[in-house]
Design a protein around this ligand. Structure first.
Ligand code: GTP
Ligand code: MG
Length: 256
């Protein structure tokens, strides 16, 4: 009951009016169970965010650059959850939320280059506590409006005091260019209540193509630069060879 004490009395009064005094205890119980489930989803987001942060650190040690530009997480709000259940004709129950909705926990990973998107997705999916439920590659196969991103639905364990629980989460991986396009397209679409005019929709799709060209060129440039300047592990290897041969020269001189 702790959590509810922090909510306003108005909230509880509204609930009592809505359900009636007889069902109040039951409604409070359900509210609490819902809040607990949302906490589990928050834990799952924290687990996945940490996994990406670790990969980012490891990658930056090896290649001297960070593949991840930003990570954001979002928990679907109760109203959107309710609307989605109703829209899909699903029961309004906690079981249905866990079983049928895969995007209560959302993690968005924005990378600099296209290759980083796939490298990070592969590295995450290789981890033995991550189970892939579904993969949608909207980069290889963009949506008709031009939307590009790699979507993964995964299951990750969270470790509670007395149990281990598997939680689902939706991960969206995309480049900075894909992210900018998606944010702007979202704003353009949501300003209008009705369908976009065909010509405008074509212009938006053309912008997605422009942004995909930018991504391809940037990725090519990254590889060009990398092939011209050997990476740190190569430099380190050369340096070790130099030290080894100077050491063996010194030892030879000492023998003489
Ligand atoms: P819902 O999850 O019910 O929406 O359907 P779905 O599972 O088929 O969705 P999908 O995997 O295609 O996309 C889920 C999420 O990707 C959305 O909630 C958005 O965040 C993002 N997304 C998908 N399509 C678009 C798009 O055309 N424009 C933008 N800006 N975002 C999109
Ligand atoms: Mg979805």
């Amino acid at each position: 009951m702790d959590k509810l004490q922090y909510q306003t009395l108005d909230d509880i009064e509204r609930l009592r009016t809505a359900v009636g005094p007889d069902r109040m205890e039951h409604a409070l119980q359900k509210t609490l169970e819902f809040a607990r489930l949302m906490t589990y989803y928050r834990c799952a987001m924290m687990e996945i965010e940490t996994k990406f942060k670790v990969l980012n650190e490891e990658f930056s040690l090896r290649f001297d650059r960070q593949p991840i530009n930003s990570i954001t997480t979002r928990l679907k709000n109760p109203l959107s959850i309710q609307e989605k259940l109703v829209h899909k004709g699903l029961p309004l129950s906690l079981e249905s939320i866990e079983r049928d909705l895969h995007d209560i926990a959302g993690i968005r990973v924005v990378c600099s280059f296209i290759e980083d998107v796939y490298m990070l997705a592969d590295a995450l999916l290789k981890q033995d506590d991550i189970t892939l439920i579904e993969k949608k590659d909207y980069i290889a196969d963009p949506k008709p409006n031009g939307y590009r991103s790699l979507h993964l639905i995964v299951e990750v364990p969270i470790f509670l005091e007395h149990e281990k629980r598997m939680m689902k989460a939706e991960i969206q991986l995309r480049t900075i260019a894909m992210d900018s396009w998606a944010c702007m397209e979202h704003q353009l679409r949501y300003k209008k209540d009705d369908e976009l005019d065909i010509q405008i929709a074509e212009e938006i799709q053309a912008c997605a193509e422009l942004s995909a060209t930018l991504d391809r060129k940037m990725n090519w440039l990254k590889n060009q630069i990398a092939s011209e300047s050997p990476d740190d592990s190569f430099k380190l290897h050369k340096e070790m060879e130099r030290i080894r041969s100077s050491l063996s020269r010194t030892q030879d001189q000492q023998k003489d």
